[in-house]
Design a protein around this ligand. Structure first.
Ligand SMILES: [Mg+2]
Length: 171
């Protein structure tokens, strides 16, 4: 059971994830979380650095879909200017939204990576769906109201994985 919370890979930020590193694994599509994965949970729009990162990803032929548990307003306002498809109120860790995103990108699960900052939603849902999962360090130290409860459980899991030598970064 606990193995479902363990990401296949972890990165200090989204910017460590490069088109080349994804293509080496046969990845053709990214399903990414929004809040505290791409930007701080309370930042309404993408930063210039993030816009560049998306450009690089798109130029390399890799598809992207933003899958967020947040409300329509937030996700739409962020994603539309970038021209990136999105799913709001995704109910992660339920797998349905991940599956829909994958189908809409025309890909198989082996070709799709799930990226996010939370073990209990992004990583768990991604692993249950059979995707390659990458955990990133949250962009901000603060969280929205509901996330704070999950973080308590998450901290215990991360400590355990660290002690087992399965996760190597320190925060
Ligand atoms: Mg998040």
């Amino acid at each position: 059971m606990l193995k479902h919370f363990l990401p296949d890979q972890h990165a200090k930020s989204i910017f460590e994830i490069t088109p080349v590193s994804l293509k080496d694994k046969g990845i053709k599509g990214i399903i990414t979380d929004l809040d505290n994965t791409l930007v701080e949970w309370d930042r309404p729009s993408a930063t210039p650095k993030l816009i560049n990162w998306f450009e690089e990803i798109k130029h390399s032929g890799i598809s992207v879909t933003i899958v967020s548990n947040n409300k329509e307003n937030r996700v739409k306002y962020f994603s539309e200017p970038l021209g990136i498809p999105y799913i709001f109120q995704a109910r992660k860790p339920m797998r349905r939204a991940f599956h829909r995103a994958m189908m809409e990108m025309g890909l198989k699960k082996e070709e799709t990576v799930v990226i996010g900052d939370q073990l209990l939603t992004d990583v768990l849902g991604g692993n249950l769906g059979g995707f390659h999962t990458i955990l990133v360090v949250p962009v901000a130290q603060t969280d929205g109201f509901w996330t704070r409860f999950n973080r308590k459980i998450e901290r215990r899991l991360l400590d355990m994985f660290r002690k087992q030598g399965k996760l190597k970064w320190e925060d």
